[in-house]
Ligand binder design. Structure first.
Ligand code: ADP
Ligand code: MG
Length: 240
């Protein structure tokens, strides 16, 4: 098993406060890895360190064997990370297909191949029937899926998502889980920050639990759910 992404003793201080403290995390090629923990545990801060929008106070990040600790976010994207941010940032005034076309145009050569890839993504995202609609007219969940499609257009090696189910109905959440599982079945490695436990049960293979900025527990989804210490810190605080 190869580690695709590794953090070593990663630490981030804000003033005197350690939001992320000594976190060593390993994401294996081909897995769906979920990062969970109560509100304020440091999940979003760790996510930002990994994608490069925050600089660590200390520690290291390796991606595909290369040290990316001091690299800019765009350099990490060039290396194969793709980020689905929390709020959809699709081009609302353009049709759904055009959104995908713009995201794909520098990654796929030739008109026919581009159309084929647009069709493939539309089908995968269950947006084929809405290809001509303006992105702004889509339901919130559909906009989130389009945003995932835009992230996939970059042909990433690692797909990173911060709360992909935020604001979604239970049905939309379940469908998002199915989409992530389908991508994973095709070989995509996925790192998801999430606090919706039902969603985590649906998709997670490995889980890392953060608490007060530190790794509190780690294991398979079954091990983490069975850990009474996790239930203790997590239950009742699951909605941040
Ligand atoms: P989570 O995503 O798990 O809810 P965060 O990573 O957002 O947690 O926050 C972890 C801790 O770091 C919290 O105490 C939060 O207030 C603090 N924090 C996060 N971002 C900043 C920031 N930009 N400046 C100062 N403190 C921050
Ligand atoms: Mg957060």
């Amino acid at each position: 098993m190869t580690a695709l992404l590794e953090t070593r003793s990663l630490t981030k201080h804000f003033g005197g406060h350690a939001a992320v403290s000594d976190v060593s995390l390993s994401v294996t090629q081909g897995e769906i890895h979920c990062l969970i923990g109560p509100n304020g545990a440091g999940k979003s801060t760790l996510f930002k360190l990994i994608v490069g929008t925050h600089e660590p106070t200390s520690g290291h990040i390796a991606f595909q064997g290369a040290d990316v600790t001091r690299q800019r976010p765009f350099q990490r994207v060039q290396r194969g990370m793709s980020i689905k941010m929390q709020a959809p940032s699709v081009f609302k005034e353009l049709p759904v297909r055009q959104n995908l076309h713009i995201a794909l145009q520098h990654h796929v050569a030739g008109h026919a191949a581009l159309t084929r890839e647009e069709d493939r993504l539309l089908e995968l995202l269950d947006l084929s029937a809405d290809a001509k609609k303006l992105a702004g007219e889509l339901a919130h969940g559909q906009q989130q899926w389009l945003e995932i499609g835009m992230a996939l257009a970059l042909k990433p090696v690692l797909l990173l998502m911060d709360e992909p189910t935020a604001g979604l109905s239970p049905e939309e959440t379940f469908k998002t889980g199915e989409l992530i599982q389908k991508l994973n079945a095709e070989g995509m490695t996925v790192l998801v920050v999430e606090h919706d436990m039902a969603f985590i049960r649906q998709i997670a293979q490995r889980v890392t639990v953060l608490h007060f900025g530190k790794v509190f527990a780690e294991g398979s989804i079954g091990e983490v759910i069975a850990d009474p210490r996790v239930a203790e810190i997590y239950l009742g605080k699951a909605h941040d």
